[in-house]
Design a protein around this ligand. Structure first.
Ligand code: AMP
Length: 140
């Protein structure tokens, strides 16, 4: 597995810079975010050098999928937070600042004030019908 990436997370994976590790297996690493939105804010990353979700290998995806619920259970048990968000940004314009795929697990406490801006509008059913069919057939 390549460790030649040049993001700060590659340096964390190689041990060149320190991190507060909370989980590690063959394909996955998780550690506390250095600028947490709340206590226990965690980043879960694949060891594979990969920037966005669409590029992730099935092996890493499978390991991440298995690790995430386990890590969430441990975080809520240890922090006492009953609620949490999982956020995952892909691409700079989507808010990704470190181009190594990562999931944020962000505990929410009764006193938490952080928010995620979300301005939805009602679906256009005519476009949705076309769009859903196109994606459905793309997925085979
Ligand atoms: P994003 O904006 O989704 O790319 O998130 C990147 C996250 O990485 C931010 O929440 C940063 O606080 C976090 N981060 C950057 N450098 C480090 C580091 N050395 N250790 C832990 N977290 C970091």
């Amino acid at each position: 597995m390549s460790r030649n990436g040049n993001t700060i997370f590659s340096l964390i994976l190689s041990g060149e810079i320190p991190s507060h590790k909370i989980y590690e297996d063959e394909f996955v690493y998780a550690f506390l975010d250095i600028n947490p939105l709340s206590r226990g804010h965690t980043l879960v990353i694949p060891k594979e050098e990969c920037s966005t979700m669409d590029l992730l290998s099935e092996k890493s995806a499978s390991s991440l999928g298995m690790a995430l619920p386990k890590i969430c259970r441990a975080i809520i048990k240890i922090t006492g937070a009953e609620n949490y968000n999982i956020i995952q940004n892909n691409g700079e314009k989507a808010g990704q600042t470190v181009p190594h795929l990562h999931f944020h697990i962000i505990p929410r406490y009764p006193e938490s004030t952080h928010s995620f801006v979300w301005n939805p509008s009602p679906i256009d059913h005519s476009d949705a019908s076309e769009l859903s069919k196109a994606i459905f057939y793309e997925l085979g």
